[in-house]
Ligand binder design. Sequence first.
Ligand SMILES: [Mg+2]
Ligand SMILES: [Zn+2]
Length: 270
Amino acid sequence: MPSSTISKRLFVFDFDWTLIEADSDLWVAETLAPDLAKQQEDHIGKIVWTELQDLLLQRLFERGITQQDLEKTLRNIPFTPEIIAALRLMKSQGAELCIISDANTFYIEYILKAHGLEGIFSKIITNPAHFDTHGRLHVKRFHGLDKEPHNCPLPCQPNLCKGQELQKLMDTQTWDQVIYMGDSTNDFCPSTRLQSSRDVVLARADLLLEKHIKLHLDMVKAQVIYWQSPADVLAITQTLLNVPASSSSATIAAGKPVAISSIHQVPVSV
Ligand SMILES: [Mg+2]
Ligand SMILES: [Zn+2]
């Protein structure tokens, strides 16, 4: 199907190190309590990440860190103009945009708002967070302990199988093209859910998602495009949407879009 005839597109994004240039959980710990960030490293893999973040938030609260302090540090997380331009371009071309992330609702919604991107995503699927009456932020598992375990055989965390959630989004209607963008181990499961050769996985190069895809190429049916920088993402978006860089309102002075031919692509076998 030529790009110009694709009318129903679904873009689904991971958040940390995909839309933003950092891991929001680690950013909060490292900027507000570097000693706690260091301690946290010893517990990685032993405690479910969401619980670890909730413990960190308790410690930050005990140190007097307020909602305003959290907001101030979240505002400083790098969110590049190229990614923002790419998102706006997708939206302007009628695509539906969703996020599936292992961060939390407060961090994501606040960061999006700080960059004027509230309302651009039709769905944000992530761990729920709320401030209690004392001003302490709590974060809970998206896939709660009250539910049956998701039992995903792929490397998904107990609190979130991103593939299962992507599948639900894909099942809401018939899409001409689904694009999933991510960087890490828990982005592998959703990458395997794309079944059409028109679908695209945008995998951040040299990170764990690329490693998993290359180890299990037979499990990925979609076309895979590896990207290095946010400028690559903008260039790829312009190509996917068939919008020439020169005529696109998304073109920005800071961006140096690269030709899609220069981006390594894995040939698709169907
Ligand atoms: Mg990520
Ligand atoms: Zn999974």
